[in-house]
Write a protein that binds this ligand. Structure first.
Ligand SMILES: NC(=O)c1ccc[n+]([C@@H]2O[C@H](COP(=O)([O-])OP(=O)(O)OC[C@H]3O[C@@H](n4cnc5c(N)ncnc54)[C@H](OP(=O)(O)O)[C@@H]3O)[C@@H](O)[C@H]2O)c1
Length: 263
């Protein structure tokens, strides 16, 4: 059995992923900012599955967040067999009117922390000749997203970074899996503000179903998987649709009420 490091384990998809690793007997390092939630989950997983769980409260958007986390894991003497880059946030609204600090913090968490964590744990995985990385991207990463511009762009980074890395690592014994959920019922809708958008009224998956499919894709060593049939159809349509039309449709789906009807 291995050790899985799961970021964003205090809620939503990350919490369900941590439960799946523990169910299968893996030790879990649980990372997020809300310590009490991590402590509670650690108690649940240890008592229910008899595994060891290490809750580590950490702000991954802070400049030294990842460095401190890597140091903590080193002090615990843990090797990471499964790295799950799941923590992510979004914001909604016109970029020019956005909170600049929130936009930068999002980029730090969704992009920079993924790069830092992957770069930190990959060499040891390669030295062992085994390891698995799961990056939670998004269907948002396959197109530009007006009114969620930074978020969509951050997920485009995760999507492309993951696929490229998977190619570089082929034959090494280390796999990288990109899992792309579409709208999913978690705290993300409220935190980002997108929960009230037309997009989230179309269809919403459960965190449990997304986590299970992502976990299976990871364990199967798949490079890329998109959650759900309708999302897969949507991503396929994007590839053949005029870009101007794509921009307009996504704007209409994301546009907050204050910005008009979306037509
Ligand atoms: N829900 C969707 O519709 C959807 C769709 C596509 C992709 N995704 C992606 O799925 C992933 C998981 O999101 P979710 O839907 O499960 O949302 P969620 O319920 O809001 O969970 C987000 C997790 O990230 C953690 N987090 C946020 N800021 C952090 C920070 N600065 N440092 C460390 N941890 C931080 C949160 O914990 P704390 O607040 O305790 O720090 C929480 O555990 C994200 O990457 C998201 O982009 C979600």
């Amino acid at each position: 059995m291995g050790i899985a490091l799961v970021t964003g384990a205090s809620s939503g998809i990350g919490k369900e992923l941590a439960r799946l690793f523990a169910r299968d007997g893996h030790g879990v390092v649980l990372v997020a900012r809300r310590r009490e939630r991590l402590d509670e989950l650690a108690r649940e997983l240890e008592s229910k599955h008899g595994v060891k769980a290490w809750p580590i409260a950490c702000d991954l958007a802070a400049t030294d967040g990842v460095e401190r986390l890597v140091g903590d894991i080193g002090s615990l003497g843990l090797g990471v067999d499964y790295l799950v880059n799941n923590a992510g946030v979004g914001t909604t609204g016109a970029f020019a009117e956005s909170n600049p600090a929130a936009e930068v913090a999002m980029a730090e968490l969704n992009v920079t922390a993924v790069v830092r964590l992957t770069r930190a744990f990959l060499p040891a995985m390669l030295a062992r000749g085994q390891g698995r990385v799961l990056n939670v991207g998004s269907t948002a990463g396959f197109q530009p997203g007006p009114y969620m511009a930074t978020y969509y762009a951050s997920k485009a980074f995760v999507n492309h970074f993951s696929e490229a890395l998977a190619y570089e690592l082929r034959g090494s014994g280390v796999t990288v899996t990109l899992y792309c959920p579409g709208p999913t019922q978690t705290e993300f809708g409220d935190v980002s503000g997108v929960g009230q958008s037309k997009l989230f009224r179309l269809q919403v998956a459960t965190a449990e179903s997304v986590a299970l499919a992502a976990y299976r894709a990871l364990m199967a060593g798949r490079v890329l998987a998109v959650h759900g049939f309708l999302n897969r159809v949507g991503v396929a349509l994007l590839r053949v649709s005029p870009r101007a039309w794509v921009r307009a449709v996504v704007a209409s789906l994301n546009r907050p009420a204050a910005h008009g009807s979306g037509r």
